[in-house]
Design a protein around this ligand. Structure first.
Ligand SMILES: *Cc1c(COP(=O)(O)O)cnc(C)c1O
Length: 232
């Protein structure tokens, strides 16, 4: 069986190859290791292999692993649905949040971000699959939400995130990502802090990179199949 270090090497090689294939600048696509449901020991293995950015979906599970690992070099990304009663812990312990889809949540994160920490990096989640998804702001509401989020003092607006419904093939997947990439480029023109398009998972990372993703969120390709999710 391939080790986690092998998987990381293989994925990094693949990201570099896709950058070349799709004429993206070298190093413009970063890897976020999605470690939800996996134990701290596997995160430690990935960390020792040079991976420093990790994504988690469940607040309590993530806090437990942060405490167990006690590795201040890790950059923690919250990528799951975020309820109001969990914002305080997220604001205090994470460096990034990918799943902001309403102003009220952003206001809470901003107000609860500890004053001794730099502003929380925030991505606005866009619903690019319509009815198929409950999460994310509708594409025609993205600009207004982003402008409001960018004005909050405890937050730094960094870009957009999306989780599309699974596409049949590369072309179908690219078609779904394309409008998102256009919206991201427009947002980047308006906000100097915007530099991150979080798009692509284990099964559709090629399409996302072809369309301009700067951060792919990969779990299964790196850690293998997930165990059943813990309740949050
Ligand atoms: C679980 C998850 C991923 C990782 O998915 P894989 O298919 O295992 O790569 C990426 N993004 C989000 C938001 C997730 O919840």
């Amino acid at each position: 069986m391939a080790s986690i270090a092998d998987n990381i090497r293989r994925i990094r090689d693949r990201l570099r190859a896709l950058e070349t294939q799709y004429r993206r600048p070298p190093g413009s696509v970063e890897l976020l290791a999605v470690s939800k449901t996996h134990p701290a020991a596997l995160i430690r293995e990935a960390f020792d292999a040079g991976q420093h950015a990790f994504g988690e979906n469940y607040v309590q599970e993530a806090l437990d692993k942060m405490d167990e690992l006690a590795l201040p070099q890790i950059v923690w990304h919250f990528i799951g649905p975020l309820q109001s009663n969990k914002t305080r812990d997220v604001a205090a312990r994470f460096h990034w949040v990918h799943s902001v889809d309403r102003l009220r949540i952003a206001q809470r994160l901003s107000g609860q971000r500890p004053a001794d920490l730099p502003p929380l990096n925030v991505l606005v989640q866009v619903n690019i699959s319509g009815e198929a998804s409950k999460s994310g702001v509708a594409p025609d509401e993205v600009d207004a939400l982003c402008d409001a989020v960018a004005a909050l003092p405890g937050i730094r607006l960094r870009g957009l995130m999306a989780i599309p419904a699974p596409g049949r093939d590369l072309e179908a997947q690219r078609r779904v990502y394309r409008p998102l990439a256009g919206q991201f480029e427009a947002l980047r023109q308006r906000h100097a802090t915007v530099d991150t398009l979080s798009a692509g998972m284990s099964d559709d990372h090629e399409a996302a990179i072809a369309e301009g993703s700067t951060l792919v969120r990969m779990g299964t390709a790196l850690f293998g199949q997930r165990r059943p999710a813990a309740a949050d």
